[in-house]
Write a protein that binds this ligand. Structure first.
Ligand SMILES: [Zn+2]
Length: 81
């Protein structure tokens, strides 16, 4: 699974931080971590995926924006996950 596919899964649930409805992005740069956590609680995202995502974040807080590339350079997606 790529980071983009992970972001798509997060988009399927409403954001618990800024209340963006499903299908609407939180910000241009990405989604809030709270949204990923919600998708995780619903079983859309595995624990391993959450761990990988959190490792790439500068800080783990609900309002932390998770960018779609999550530190991966363009073109390298797919190999790391
Ligand atoms: Zn949000």
């Amino acid at each position: 699974m790529t980071s983009v596919e992970l972001a798509v899964l997060a988009l399927r649930v409403p954001c618990g931080f800024c209340w963006a409805p499903p299908g609407t992005t939180c910000a241009e740069e990405g989604q809030h971590l709270a949204r990923y956590l919600r998708a995780y609680r619903r079983g859309l995202i595995s624990r391993e995926m959450m761990t990988s995502a959190c490792l790439l974040l500068p800080a783990a807080s609900a309002g932390q924006l998770v960018t779609e590339v999550m530190g991966l350079a363009p073109g390298t997606e797919g190999g790391a996950w």
